[in-house]
Design a protein around this ligand. Structure first.
Ligand SMILES: *Cc1c(COP(=O)(O)O)cnc(C)c1O
Length: 400
């Protein structure tokens, strides 16, 4: 069992008050809070090892380069990728998916080709494909929010070029069987990209065991700094597709007539990277692994179970997303209270939840709702906070 009170000590922001009430932070699916070690890492890096990487002959530049490349190795081990050359630093999940969409499309797609996605995708795994002129075919969900995998084989056509699915839904909490989906994709000769933005903070990920071709995630959703993200790609694909952006760092030789590209992963990292964000992300991943993803998953699962029982006892409560395989996200509607009104009332009680379409408008259409209220849990949340949420909802009910 985790010592949650001790863990909370690592997150100074959890001690603050809003409207003279203790903060209850249940918006972790949007971004997580940062432990002291991550913030201190950033400060220490700027004070002690700030120098541009890879180009410098001087001591400081070499130290900064070593730290950045050590961070890449930490990410590699975290995903169990075969090689750190397959780890590309990006600004986040969104940029990672745009990178693949743009580069893969240039090498392997024609306008009108098809990408198979799920009904529960975030906009950042929808719009990049549309920008490339791709048509989307959609794996449907059942009434619990579970993917209907029997429908998947029927979605492939001779124009299917990619399967792009979320590992865990930021609205429903559904965890999708990506290894199984990868097998089906590969049986049809098509690679698979997985949007891991929600999944990584809640369960151990092994890109080799799942045999996925691309895996994207954001640092800020796993207790790391914002503006930093990761794309894992199999070397065979990264070698085949062209660079995403041009500039310094991604080149081997440049002349006015012709440019040759750098080796992996630098071919995809144009310009000065966030070499301090990368080291702070590594610190966050070390922190998570010190606590243990299995222990985190167990704690969050217990919180989800408790919250489902406690909130489920409130008259008029309707949960959106009750898949058997589910991470710590609870979307709900209460009677005919508009989610936005509920969010406003809870905010006044110091409770931060999210309301609206959660960047998944097509899913809202499928569900036939305008939006939901969403509480999402992280490793530092407690049952007492869930009680506060339930009491807040009951209070809101009395006002309506
Ligand atoms: C947050 C999120 C994204 C986008 O991540 P950014 O950090 O905004 O790039 C994509 N997919 C899912 C499932 C998310 O939860």
């Amino acid at each position: 069992m985790l010592d949650i009170e001790r863990i909370r000590e690592d997150f100074p922001i959890l001690r603050r008050e809003v409207y003279d009430r203790p903060l209850v932070y249940f918006d972790n699916a949007a971004t997580t809070q940062k432990p002291r070690c991550v913030v201190e890492k950033i400060e220490a890096a700027y004070y002690n090892v700030n120098a541009n990487i890879h180009r410098g002959v001087h001591f400081l530049s070499q130290q900064a380069t070593e730290a950045h490349e050590a961070a890449r190795e930490t990410v590699r081990a975290f995903l169990n990728a075969p090689s750190s050359a397959e780890i590309i630093f990006t600004r986040g999940t969104t940029e990672a998916i745009n990178l693949v969409a743009s580069s893969y499309a240039r090498a392997c797609m024609q306008p009108g080709d098809e990408v198979i996605v799920t009904a529960m995708e975030h906009h950042s795994n929808i719009v990049p494909w549309q920008l490339q002129g791709m048509r989307l075919r959609v794996i449907p969900i059942d009434e619990h929010g579970t993917l209907d995998l029997e429908a998947l084989p029927g979605l492939f056509t001779d124009r299917t070029r990619l399967v792009a699915v979320t590992h865990m839904s930021n609205v429903l909490g559904t965890v999708n069987p990506v290894a199984e989906i990868a097998r089906v994709a590969h049986a049809h000769g098509v690679p698979i990209l997985v949007d891991g933005a929600q999944a990584v903070a809640h369960r151990a990920v092994d890109v080799q065991a799942a045999d996925v071709d691309f895996y994207a995630f954001s640092s800020h959703k796993i207790y790391g700094p914002t503006g930093m993200g990761v794309l894992y790609g199999k070397a065979e694909w990264l070698d085949r597709i062209p660079p995403y952006q041009g500039g310094g760092e991604m080149i081997r030789n440049v002349s006015f007539e012709h440019t040759t590209y750098n080796e992996l992963p630098y071919k995809f990292e144009a310009g000065t990277p966030d070499f301090i964000g990368s080291t702070a992300l590594a610190t966050a991943l070390d922190y998570v692994q010190r606590i243990g993803l299995d222990a985190i998953a167990e704690h969050e699962h217990e919180l989800l179970r408790y919250a489902t029982d406690r909130l489920g006892a409130i008259p008029g409560m309707r949960f959106i997303g009750q898949a058997p395989e589910k991470g710590s996200v609870l979307s709900f509607l209460v009677g005919d209270i508009h989610p936005y009104d509920l969010g406003m009332i809870l905010d006044r009680l110091g409770i931060a939840i999210r309301t609206g379409h959660h960047c998944a408008e097509p899913l809202m259409h499928v569900l036939g709702v305008e939006g939901t209220a969403r509480a999402s849990f992280a490793l530092y949340n407690t049952k007492a906070e869930v009680d506060a949420l339930a009491e807040g909802i009951e209070r809101a009910q009395k006002m309506f």
